[in-house]
Design a protein around this ligand. Sequence first.
Ligand code: SAM
Length: 197
Amino acid sequence: VNSRQPHKTAVVLLHHPVTNREGALVTTAVTNMDIHDISRSVRTYEVDHYYLVTPVLEQQSLTRRILTHWAGGRCLEWHPDRAEALSRARCVSTFEEVKTELIEMYPGRSLEVAMPDAREIPGQKTYAEVRAAWEQERNAGIKVLVLGTGWGLSPAFHSEVHTFLGPIYGPLGREGYNHLSVRAAAAVILDRLFGAL
Ligand code: SAM
């Protein structure tokens, strides 16, 4: 759907496996603002799908209640643009489910997992490099951008990742503060990868 690159795209917000401030492996709760704000960024940058991933059943039902509330009925009448943004969002239990669904939806395409991180990891690419690569690829694929919650995605997730994306920095670079909210980071990252230049 995006004019500049031929791929199908998805943003994935993981609530597990993420780490807490001590570096322990935890599962975070879905927050309402992550549902709405990232849905609107997904819609703005013409990303095709937004997956909220949590293994916790009552978090799934809460998330689905919010999504159905906003996608239909009175909300659809009064906030059609918000309903449109949320219509791209789904809640599933695992990252595996995301991959399976995308491959079933778009058979024959290769699936690439890209993971930004606020910390430096060896082999990270810049956003400009990845944007250029994706725009130049002739074979239309599936590009999956995975974001974390809590204190970031656990290294346990790294085995799923094909492309590590570098930290977003302020003017001070790595010396400065760069702990953006996942909502702010999502908008910056999507703009760098898909925004109009
Ligand atoms: N509790 C926080 C909140 O309310 O958003 C969760 C922050 S969570 C660790 C931040 C996530 O956003 C990371 O997993 C990463 O996906 C992204 N992120 C945040 N700051 C970033 C940065 N400077 N560069 C790249 N990604 C960043």
